[in-house]
Design a binder for this molecule. Structure first.
Ligand code: AMP
Length: 284
């Protein structure tokens, strides 16, 4: 595995692949890697000739400085994991490399409308501007043919799809399924920060999402939201939202309709740690 810290070195190296018509797959991450991240790497290895992973904790997408400060960082372990998983190229830039002092990296001019106003957009002001800013910057450095991102961050995936569409970027976005622990908890870098008690409380998130699917036969979306929020509170979590949305465009729904897939998205705090998860609860 080649490890690059400077974008100029990475670009020079990739130019050679590109000139030989090798297709490049790209997996951007913030490190503290787990099997969910590796599943994106494997999806890229199955699709492209060469895979670039990046590890960069992007400061501009954190709306709480404590969250940025406490974000887990395990670079040595991450390098070993990627090397052992057969990753071709790892890009690990410093902040100055992604956001050079010489010029301002723009926040992409993309009209997101309600996509950025609901759920994570409402609860994490500025978050998606930071996500779009870093993803567009990394895409311009790597210029991949394929971009692999997880459905775990469903709203992020939807927004990046919209950014690619509006800016007519020549990259194919591949959404990959959420990997879970054997008990159902969605894998997340933040899970390592959970105390044993909060780790067992956090299970209520995936359990409630699974139950919400069975409630859809008898209850309305509003009733499901209410019941789910109560279940999360009873489990000792502090939910921020539990919303039901059209899986295509993230419009919030108040009825179930044939032909419209509905996804439930949740954010809840287990102690200090904020977790998100989602699940399709009405297949349409
Ligand atoms: P992060 O390092 O948290 O920014 O995540 C990097 C990429 O990994 C994003 O595209 C995430 O959606 C994806 N990802 C995070 N957790 C999982 C998971 N449990 N299963 C699959 N993909 C994931």
């Amino acid at each position: 595995m080649y490890l690059f810290k400077k974008s100029a070195d990475l670009q020079a190296f990739l130019a050679d692949y590109r000139s030989r018509n090798r297709q490049i797959g790209f997996v951007p991450t913030m490190g503290a890697l787990h099997k969910g991240h590796l599943s994106l790497l494997h999806a890229s290895q199955d699709t492209a000739h060469v895979t670039v992973c990046s590890i960069f904790v992007n400061p501009t997408q954190f709306n709480e400085s404590a969250d940025l400060q406490h974000y887990p960082r395990t670079p040595g372990r991450d390098i070993d994991l990627l090397h052992n998983a057969g990753c071709d190229i790892l890009f690990m830039p410093e902040v100055e490399e992604v956001y050079p002092a010489e010029y301002e990296v723009p926040v992409p001019d993309v009209a997101l409308g309600h996509l950025a106003e609901v759920m994570e957009g409402e609860h994490r002001p500025g978050h998606f501007e930071g996500v779009m800013q870093v993803v567009l910057r990394l895409l311009s450095l790597v210029q991949p043919d394929f971009l692999f991102m997880g459905q775990k961050d469903y709203q992020q995936l939807t927004i990046i799809r919209e950014m690619i569409r509006q800016l007519s970027l020549e990259v194919e976005l591949v959404g990959c399924p959420t990997l879970r622990e054997p008990d159902g908890l969605a894998m997340s870098s933040r899970n390592v920060r959970l105390s044993p008690e909060d780790r067992s409380r956090a299970l209520a998130i995936s359990q409630t999402l699974a139950e919400a699917g069975s409630w859809a036969a008898a209850l309305s979306p509003g009733e499901i939201q209410e019941k789910a929020l109560n279940a999360l509170r009873e489990a000792g979590l502090v939910p921020e939202y539990f919303k039901l949305a059209d899986a295509e465009n993230l419009q919030l729904v108040d009825t179930f309709e044939a032909g419209r897939e509905v996804i439930a998205c949740v954010a809840a705090r287990a102690g200090e740690v904020r977790l998100i998860d989602n699940r399709v609860i009405y297949p349409g």
